[in-house]
Design a protein around this ligand. Sequence first.
Ligand code: MG
Length: 257
Amino acid sequence: MKNTLLLFCYCIMIFACQNKTVIAKEAQEEPTKAKETEIWEPKPPIISIDVNTKIPSDAIVLFNGNNFNEWTSSIDSTAVNWILNSDKSMTVNDKTGDIQTKRNFGSVQLHIEWRSSKEIRANGQNRSNSGVFLQNRYEVQVLDNNNNDTYVNGQVGAIYKQAVPLVKASSKTGNWNSFDIIYHAPKFDMKGNVSKQSTITVLHNGVLIQDHVTIKGTTENIGWPKNNAHGKAPIKLQDHGDNSGVSYRNVWVRELK
Ligand code: MG
């Protein structure tokens, strides 16, 4: 018993000594200098913001109200048949079909402004329904949802039939809205399977409504999302075919690596 007690005391002494040594060693080490955690290269590119339009200098202007040069009909790749307005906006020309960019895009930052019809022409999904499609497949819903109830995964700002917006941040009916979208394209493996799903963040009138949401696949009206492999693709604006009267203006995009 006496021997066991002595052994126990000995162990305690050894542990205390070792612990003291470690603490002393730590105290001797040099503290991290601020310089050690600084990164100087490579420097980010310098851009500027236009004082009047607020468009970044590295953006591609897709629509500034002057013409449809960057756009084509989604039906047959002919000239756009939508209405060019004197206030630098364009309006969906009912039943003439969707329009899409001539250029193809992958991951982007997209700015787009839209306005519902001033007149209330219908209810539910037929009231000023349009949409902004990323890569021709993934729709951010445009809808006059003011005093106009509908399913929440199809309301304004929804990733259609997939992601309900965090809040409804609409302007009054007939007033301009903005969408600022950060979209990261999906990646596919050699077999054509999704290796990385696409994600999307949306600000509606400057308010976060989709917070880095994972897109499950194509935004189908009927059926479940599909995930067929694709590369870069156009940005598309929807003609819902119900006399929506939706207008768009000030569309620009920055390609993301
Ligand atoms: Mg729509």
